[in-house]
Design a protein around this ligand. Structure first.
Ligand code: DQA
Length: 146
């Protein structure tokens, strides 16, 4: 079985560290990847990272990782709130899927309160900033018995 976690990032997450720092903080996407890689290594796992600002590219990447990865950590960005094709792609993934949001989307604008990815996620972590990514890796290790 694969020892690889797919870390998938949706639109605008490439701008983390510069973007709305009052909400998302100063941690960059590269910092988050390093955090996830470190956590994964502690469980004998590695990370395959992919970011796109385009829904179809994320759908394509889910199709790729269906064959290469044991689990998915996904922050879909705004696509989380309306990306039904991403929902359908994730529904085809057999391993654990952990949805992460840096901010607590339930405390923000009403349109952020629903995530269409939540029904196809094993669990969702939100509002804990970068620590949520570390928790997501630990959850995956637990779900995979690593
Ligand atoms: C986000 C929350 C989304 O509502 C937003 O569109 C993002 C980031 C988060 O990590 O808090 O791009 O997913």
């Amino acid at each position: 079985m694969s020892n690889v976690i797919a870390l998938l990032h949706g639109p605008n997450l490439n701008l983390l560290g510069q973007r709305e720092v009052d909400i998302y903080g100063t941690t960059t996407e590269a910092d988050l990847l390093a955090l996830v890689e470190k956590g994964a290594a502690g469980h004998g796992m590695t990370v395959e990272f992919f970011q796109s600002n385009h829904e179809g590219e994320l759908v394509d990447q889910v199709h790729v990782v269906r064959h290469t990865c044991a689990a998915i950590v996904i922050n879909g960005g705004a696509l989380s709130h309306y990306g039904w094709s991403l929902h359908d792609a994730l529904a085809t993934f057999e391993g654990p899927v952990i949805e992460v949001h840096l901010s607590n989307t339930s405390k923000r604008e009403p349109w952020r309160h629903t995530s269409v990815l939540t029904p196809v996620a094993s669990g969702t972590i939100m509002g804990l900033g970068p620590h949520g990514y570390e928790l997501a890796v630990d959850a995956i290790a637990r779900l995979l018995n690593k």
